[in-house]
Design a protein around this ligand. Sequence first.
Ligand code: BEZ
Ligand code: MG
Length: 641
Amino acid sequence: MPGKQGGLSGACWPDRMIGDLPNMYVYASNNPSEGTIARRRSAATLISYLTPPVAHAGLYKGLLDLKASIDHWRALAPDAAAERAALVPVIQAQAVAVELATAEPAWPGDGAAQILPLADQVRELEYTLIPHGLHVIGEAPSPAERVDLLLAMAGSAADDAPSREAIEAVVRGADPEQVLADLPQDDPRRQRLRELASADRLLSVDHEIPAILRALDGRFVRPAPGGDVLRTPEVLPTGRNLHGFDPFRIPSAFALADGARQAARLIERHRVDGNGLPESVALVLWGTDNLKTEGGPIGQALALLGAEPVFDGYGRLGGSRLVPLEKLGRPRIDVVITLSGIFRDLLPMQTRLLAEASYLAASADEPLELNFVRKHALEYQRRHGCDLETAALRVFGNADGTYGANVNHLVENGRWDDEDELAETYTRRKSFAYGRAGRPVQQVKLLETMLADVQLAYQNLDSVELGVTDVDTYFDTLGGIGRAIKRARGGGYVPIYIGDQTHGEGTVRTLGEQVALETRTRALNPKWYEGMLEHGYEGVRQIEVHVTNTMGWSATTGQVAPWVYQELTKTFVLDEQMRDRLAKLNPTASAKVAHRLIEAQERNYWSPDAETLEALRRASDELEDRLEGVYVPPVAQGAAA
Ligand code: BEZ
Ligand code: MG
């Protein structure tokens, strides 16, 4: 709404409209960024609620068989060469069945070259953390859910992680001092278990309904930081008023150091994939990921550019400066930065910081082969005759007051013909350049020119509960820019990477790998979908959302493997029992799943055989009949005849 973003006066529309109406806003504890906007713009008292329980994905169906065979292969004695060789084709066939290998060529010898990396992949699938069901306000997580969540909080690989048995004992109510009494006093697992025990005490009782009632009584709601419960257990207990952050202290020293590490990891992954040092990368910045990491992704952008923030004597952010090339040790990489509307609203100082860093890089008197920002800026100036200030603009976002790229809305309603329309929509929405003055000016030509130079696009993933197929905003922002790059370059493959920082040191995956991992550990995983289906109507909607978001990635990047659609179709549409369950719980969403899979086929994102397609179409007709209330089950048909 028109008016200021912060420090509203009575002339600003949000203030005029909210008037003196109390505004209590029940908000996810992991979403301090959007929550902060609600506080600033409509004086909201936030009352936090817990995110869904988190658990290891575990294995199922063919993956379990595969793991058993791999374990068997590993356990064979060194001299059992014949037995080992005999197992190789079995393991290969099992891997083919779950789309983790191809049938040709046959694996040679003892299979070690293929089986050892495969074992790592299966292990990753087993231990990937997934959201398990949904959180219901007023219901504390069950003991079993708390065990899984505490295990995830402990981090399975950490040195100080207590065992599952110790955590189970604590959840049953045992004193952590007693549980680990056998360990030395200074064993780090003792301290860790004490912390987990206090988290468990806070998790085991509902604090949310009492907080809502307290707020409705006009009483004080205590403050709390926002963040992920895995990384920031201080979000417990929920039922508190999420507070903001100190904008003068972002990015923190930790975020700068971590940003440099993650940027190096990205460049390394790109190199392993057979590429040279990129001259230009596109980075998508959101508010949430930066708030939860004190500005980690901002630190990445600065690291790629070879710049750093300057803080004044009070430790307050004042501006930026370049890191000398000798210290940087590689060329300055050009970074096309796109901001979510939420980032723009929340972090105006950081927006200027990034714009200033780009400008400083573009104006540095350095050799062009060591400074790609300057190289691209001078080239743009030469071709378009503008000033350096304009040619150095690298921070893009929406027009003031608007949010999102609208690519997700196009995909949702299906009203688009060719993928370039998605690129066009993206570019129209996101072509507002934010310069050192902080005021956006639309620069379509500049954005398109800069995108034509981009060699890879990426975004960070910060929360287990928010994967790239869980919400439509990742393909809206990262997928959208991927498609816009492709159009600006006139076609070809654009590498898209995800910097997964949800646990450990972080991992960089290709988009195709990330979608495959999420599909295996979530959508196709009985643990995930049964957890959702316990919530009935909303659970089916969540399954539909995954199918639609998956198609959003195909539409924007073309990097989703066809087996993903094949398996989604088998699991949710062609399986009669499952189809019946979904239709009964939520006829609208179940019909939408089938429609979306057919749409994906029509758009050539997968090509099922004639029989599968026919079965899918029949099932879709049936689901539509159910939706319209004219469905006659086969048994009833028989009886009528
Ligand atoms: C953000 O924090 O910037 C954001 C959150 C949800 C969707 C899109 C962006
Ligand atoms: Mg929303």
